[in-house]
Design a protein around this ligand. Structure first.
Ligand code: H2B
Length: 103
């Protein structure tokens, strides 16, 4: 649902997203950000591969940057120039994938 969230909705969504998280998601430059650290490149790229397929199925795509075992993720909804429920949904799915180290 690409409806722009206001500051209060963002704060509420961020709090539930970060419940139980090791490293919290933050808001950086208006985008939903997290830097993931994996054990090696295989885990990092495995995460990206699985997240890419989720993103495609949602028609909601990440901005991300990978160097070796680090993946920086920034989520925003470009169509509305802000954050929407889709960003928090994709973040939730990425969080689950990142905890599921199958490699
Ligand atoms: N992804 C993200 N992150 N933001 C968008 O606004 C967006 C998208 N829009 N993926 C979608 C694609 C849109 O361009 C297509 C036409 O549905």
């Amino acid at each position: 649902h690409r409806v722009k969230l206001d500051d209060h909705a963002i704060a509420t969504s961020l709090q539930s997203l970060n419940t139980g998280a090791d490293v919290p998601w933050t808001i950086e430059g208006g985008k939903l950000h997290k830097t993931f650290q994996f054990r090696n490149f295989s885990e990092a790229f495995g995460f990206m591969t699985r997240a890419a397929l989720e993103a495609e199925s949602m028609d909601h795509h990440p901005e991300w940057f990978n160097v070796y075992k680090t993946v920086r993720v920034d989520l925003a909804t470009h169509d509305v120039g802000g954050l929407t429920e889709l960003d928090f949904e994709l973040a939730t799915r990425m969080e689950a994938i990142s905890r599921d180290r199958i490699f």
